[in-house]
Design a protein around this ligand. Structure first.
Ligand code: ARG
Length: 587
């Protein structure tokens, strides 16, 4: 709900009381955005719901409320329509005043959160010695955008990278490298990540087929957990190697995240098991310690256990998550913890959340949210792979997007007979390529799967990054053409006359609503839709035929329209920045 809706709601509530008495205090006026501009901007539908209680016709009720309604500063006189709706149309003078206000506001009318909270966004979280895959890319892009939005709203956000840097896989990897490439365990940068990944695969194969090797690998895990110096040193080298590789991706994407991997919680794992034991939830099942879950069953329909400690004493992924959850509540003082992973991990989160709740580790004011997302598919609708059938390396994927953007730009420059420096071309290609990948991801409802298509995401038409970036650059072009400094336009100068001006103005004023909805539902695609719709409204306004003249217009219209241009550009820039997308002044 935006500021205007809030004001209207309060006035309606008062009018209801004035019309029907104090018994009706707190009745929801059921204020909604009008479905059609011919009904005005908002409609209050409360009369229908009061009809029974009052024993009156809804139209009569609506009339009685409208009579007491004091909204003359905001709206034209209310109209009663249909079976008993109160239609409200915003006054042009009110809209103008609102726009003048947001023009002077760097936040463009979006109020910061009234009660800032400590929030954790757990995202990206790739695994050491394994390559970051497209799932991690989605997590990184979506998590970063969510974090940016919460930060913008004034929350105290902790961005955490829950890297998979601990566990049995290190036993096999180290045991294997000891045999085939011991240098990698003592010398920094002896491997690149590609080698590391292929060694990991081979180690896993050995582990699955060779009992003696399995035993050596297990011992290596024990040594690691006991802190044996050489094993620990080897582990650190391997982590460092992966970390450098991850960092390349984060730099390309301009993403900040604090690494706090699974190993960080290692010392807390035994405490988790002890405390579950104390709370009476722990059950021994074939030597493993577990908690039985409600609402989850195995194939035979028997209750499913969540194993927190295996019979060999080792801990699981979920145990680490339980430990990290407690740490985040107790030490980090988080009030909302957001986990951004693929939808396939939905059960994992539901299960350990359940165990933590049963153990009473979650205070009432703490919210746990799993933010799931769907798969990235190849153009054939199947799993996303390279032509040769391998998993796609993220670096290659991003490089490919940039080099395609580069080629497109070269062609466009030639067509337009423009001369640009190589530096300019490289910068535009980089921004367009990276933004295209991000925007293609964020503009989808994250819960659905989507098809990864370079052609689509780099298209200048449609709901794409290039389209949005172009809309922004085009507006900057107006300021260049007219030799105007948007920052020096007059204040209090907005005038709304033409239909397309009004439509654009009303849309500009909805940014706060969109951002607060994303803050709640954590669906960045809503912001994408808003920005896309905004550019369309702008194009209608700026269109030679259906819209208005801007640079050629007379004063005072000229300044007013330039302010609308500037507000649109600033809204695009702010909105895109919340998606992790940088704008270009020229492209
Ligand atoms: N490393 C995991 C994976 O690659 C994701 C971790 C997500 N965060 C968490 N707290 N479990 O699937």
């Amino acid at each position: 709900m935006n500021a205007t809706q809030e004001k209207l709601k309060i006035q309606l509530e008062q009018a209801i009381v004035a019309a029907f008495g104090a018994d009706f205090a707190g009745v929801d006026p059921i204020l909604v955005s009008a479905s059609n501009p011919k009904f005005g901007d908002y409609q209050a539908n409360v009369a229908l719901s009061l009809s029974k209680k009052l024993g009156l016709q809804p139209r009569a009720i609506a009339g009685a409320i409208a009579l007491k309604l004091d909204v003359s500063e905001i709206c034209e006189p209310p109209e009663i329509a249909g079976p008993g709706f109160i239609n409200l149309k915003l006054k042009t003078a009110y809209l103008e005043a609102q726009l003048n206000e947001i023009q002077a506001d760097p936040r463009l009318g979006v109020p910061a959160a009234k009660t800032p909270k400590r929030e954790i966004v757990d995202f990206s979280s790739p695994n050491i010695a394994k390559e970051m895959h497209v799932g991690h890319l989605r997590s990184t892009i979506i998590g970063d955008s969510i974090a940016r939005i919460l930060e913008f709203q004034g929350h105290d956000v902790l961005r955490l990278n829950h890297v998979g840097d601990w566990g049995t896989q290190f036993g096999m990897l180290i045991a294997y490298l000891r045999e085939v490439y011991p240098d990698a365990l003592t010398t920094a940068n002896a491997l690149d990540i590609g080698d590391l990944v292929s060694f990991y695969r081979k180690a896993k194969l050995r582990f699955d087929t060779d009992a003696a090797f399995q035993e050596t690998a297990r011992q290596e895990v024990v040594r690691l957990q006991a802190g044996a110096e050489d094993t620990l040193h080897a582990w650190k080298l391997l982590c460092e190697q992966s970390r450098q590789e991850f960092q390349i991706i984060y730099d390309l994407l301009d993403v900040q995240v604090i690494e706090r991997g699974e190993s960080f919680y290692n010392p807390l794992l035994s405490g988790v098991v002890e405390d579950l034991e104390k709370s009476g939830l722990l059950v021994e099942n074939q030597g493993a310690k577990c908690v039985f879950l409600e609402g989850f069953t195995n194939r035979e329909g028997e209750p499913l256990p969540l194993i927190v400690q295996k019979s060999d004493g080792g801990y699981n992924y979920a145990t680490t998550d339980l430990a990290s959850l407690r740490y985040r509540i107790q030490q980090d003082q988080a009030k909302r913890i957001i986990y951004v992973t693929d939808a396939g991990q939905g059960n994992h989160f539901a299960q350990f959340f359940q165990v933590a709740r049963k153990a009473r580790w979650i205070p009432d004011d703490v919210e746990l949210v799993h933010v799931p997302f769907g798969l990235v598919l190849g153009e054939d609708g199947k799993k996303f792979k390279t032509r040769s059938g391998d998993t796609v390396r993220l670096r290659d994927l991003l490089d490919e997007a940039v080099s395609r953007a580069y080629a497109d730009l070269k062609t466009r420059l030639q067509e337009e007979e423009r001369q640009e420096t190589e530096e300019f071309i490289n910068e535009v290609a980089r921004v367009v390529g990276i933004s295209a990948v991000k925007y293609a991801d964020l503009s989808q409802n994250r819960t659905s799967n989507y098809i990864f298509s370079y052609d689509k995401m780099l298209d200048f038409k449609g709901n794409t990054a290039p389209y949005m970036l172009y809309a922004y650059a085009r507006i900057q072009g107006i300021s260049r053409k007219g030799d105007i400094n948007f920052k020096e336009l007059g204040n209090n100068a907005v005038l709304l006359e033409h239909e397309t001006e009004l439509a654009l103005a009303k849309y500009l004023l909805q940014l706060d609503e969109v951002i607060s909805s994303v803050e709640q539902d954590l669906l960045p695609n809503r912001l994408c839709e808003y920005l896309y719709e905004l550019s369309k409204k702008f194009n209608q306004f700026y269109d030679r035929n259906q819209g208005v003249q801007v640079l050629e217009a007379e004063e005072p219209q000229r300044t007013s329209r330039l302010i609308l241009c500037d507000l649109t550009a600033r809204t695009l820039k702010l909105g895109l920045s919340l998606l992790g997308i940088q704008v270009l002044e020229r492209m």
